[in-house]
Design a protein. Structure first.
Length: 208
């Protein structure tokens, strides 16, 4: 994800991700360009969206429009090597702030549908134990870099499994952030059995 100028702060909590989960240990950026890997959850469309108002430049101006990037993940057939995805960045987000400079947000990426941790997750199966009962097996936790001895590796009040399921960051305290920008924090959505990625779902699917 790249922006046309330096922004104040940016994290995975400001990105709406569907059918995939962030691999927190891969997230890095310099204030303008940010890179990270994701692990696909199922075959099919994977979308990444930076919503309007999700980020601000150093002058405090928010992005007016959003930006979306989409790829279609299709696992490789036997003997074909690694899976590839096809997709394109959609909608450049221009964020002009009160007559000041532009704050564009462009969705950029390569449709490969793969990453350092993707193959790792593919090797995990249901026979792997879940020692801490957070909904993630020891194998998945090793891939993500979370602890299989702690239900909540980052101590933000939300189990690792919940954060992985909804594309939050299980290695960073994002409890007070609002991923879907519905004025309900991520932690409040967890406590209220709500979907933190759907602004129209104050009472979404329950975490089990």
């Amino acid at each position: 994800v790249s922006f046309s100028e330096m922004i104040g702060s940016f994290s995975t909590a400001q990105i709406a991700l569907t059918n995939a989960a962030f691999l927190p240990s891969t997230f890095q950026g310099d204030g303008v360009v940010y890179t990270f890997d994701v692990a696909t959850l199922n075959e099919g469309l994977v979308t990444l969206e930076v919503n309007p108002g999700a980020v601000q430049d150093l002058a405090g101006n928010g992005n007016v429009a959003g930006a979306t990037f989409a790829i279609t993940f299709q696992p490789a057939l036997e003997g074909e090597g690694e899976g590839e995805g096809e997709g394109e960045g959609e909608g450049e987000g221009e964020g002009e702030g009160e007559g000041e400079g532009e704050g564009e947000g462009e969705g950029e990426g390569e449709g490969e549908g793969e990453g350092d941790t993707g193959p790792c997750l593919d090797l995990c199966d249901e026979t792997s134990v879940d020692n801490d009962g957070d909904g993630l097996t020891a194998c998945v936790e090793e891939c993500l870099g979370t602890s299989d001895d702690l239900i909540d590796s980052d101590g933000d009040g939300m189990p690792d499994g919940f954060e992985f399921q909804f594309g939050l960051d299980p290695l960073s305290d994002d409890a007070d952030l609002d991923k879907d920008m519905d004025d309900i924090t991520n932690l409040e959505e967890f406590l209220g059995d709500s979907d933190p990625t759907d602004p129209g779902s104050p009472n979404g699917p329950s975490y089990v």
